[in-house]
Design a protein. Structure first.
Length: 346
């Protein structure tokens, strides 16, 4: 089990896993469980992942089909804001500070001073961003979000080092769909990779300099702690947090209400499906068709209600319908294959 040294003024944690659910769970664990009177820095990276805000709808925000095809994960954070793409070219930082006397500009200054050591003159922009000046104007290289409670202040953000910006656009642009969502879509920003200005800036070199500036700012040093999923066995709170962030219910079921309609032609008829979803579950389904077997359409429509809007939920509905109407196995396979692709990933 990790030990929190109460006498330490500073604490530095490094993640050696790129699992986004573990890293987001660690952030949550830091916020709720660690000593708020110790200045804490956590540095981490995720494998290819789209991270959405607490109240966003993954079906309307993301191109889930392309994510599934390319092995890109979906994660949902507990803070608000828009969707972002993470890969190993994106370094994430997290600061935990005492609430008393907290000044969020201190953490931003640590990041700015670290970048300056690579010859990059960056500046804070507005409340959340760090930008650099390019020939065509300011470009965002870092975005942040903040949380505060009675005794602690939390600041986390990202630094674009050499992330694949073309893929970011692919995954954050959903397919054209007839979908109405009550979630809030992301606002895209003009971004730039830091490696375009400093070829020697990579994750390891940036992490080293960030830690040095963190120590210098707080006038103290500590042993760096390396975290990996083995910590889950000794930290029940971290294990519980990881299970939450990895679960379908959190990543998809936490979605706002939305309506989705889709249509397809099969050899046996035309089918149009309207779905009302609440928290990722199908609350109402309406299936219209010119097929010659209305009992199949009505039974499948009833079976959809209450299922997750996911590949697994669609398969379960088809399986229930097949038990009642085994003579329509071929048609149900068509419906299952089509609607599972529409739900996109489980």
């Amino acid at each position: 089990m990790l030990e929190n040294n109460q006498r330490s003024k500073v604490r530095v944690l490094l993640s050696n896993t790129h699992n986004p659910w573990f890293n987001l769970a660690t952030e949550e664990w830091i916020f709720h469980e660690l000593d708020p009177h110790t200045q804490t820095l956590f540095l981490w990276r995720n494998q290819e992942t789209v991270v959405i805000g607490r109240n966003q709808n993954p079906w309307s925000e993301c191109n889930l089909a392309k994510m599934e095809a390319d092995g890109v994960l979906l994660a949902r954070r507990t803070s608000g804001g828009g969707a972002v793409f993470h890969d190993l070219g994106n370094t994430c930082f997290t600061f935990l500070s005492p609430r008393e006397g907290y000044d969020r500009s201190v953490n931003t200054e640590i990041v700015l001073r670290a970048l300056k050591r690579f010859g990059i003159e960056a500046q804070a922009s507005g409340r959340n961003d760090i930008v650099v000046m390019a020939d065509d104007g300011p470009r965002k290289v870092s975005g942040s979000a903040f949380r505060e409670t009675r005794d602690r202040a939390f600041h986390h953000g990202t630094l674009l080092i050499n992330t694949d910006l073309t893929r970011l656009a692919n995954y954050l642009t959903p397919h054209p769909k007839k979908i109405e969502s009550k979630g809030r879509a992301s606002v895209r920003s003009r971004v730039m990779n830091l490696s375009e200005m400093a070829s020697d800036l990579v994750h390891d070199s940036l992490a080293k300099v960030l830690i040095e500036e963190f120590f210098a700012r707080h006038g103290a040093e500590c042993e760096i702690e390396v975290l990996d999923p083995n910590q889950l066995q000794g930290e029940p709170a971290l294990q519980k947090s990881f299970e939450k962030f990895a679960s379908w219910d959190w990543r998809f079921g936490h979605a706002p209400s939305f309506r989705y309609q889709m249509a397809e032609y099969f050899g046996w008829g035309f089918v149009e499906v309207h779905i009302d979803s609440e928290r990722g579950k199908i609350e109402q389904a309406r299936v219209f068709s010119d097929a010659l077997f209305p009992e199949l359409i009505e039974s499948f429509q009833a079976a959809l209600v209450g299922k997750n809007f996911s590949g697994g939920g669609i398969k379960e509905a088809a399986r229930e319908t097949l038990q009642r109407l085994p003579q329509h196995e071929a048609e149900l396979k068509d419906l299952e294959r089509w609607l599972s692709a529409q739900a996109e990933i489980e």
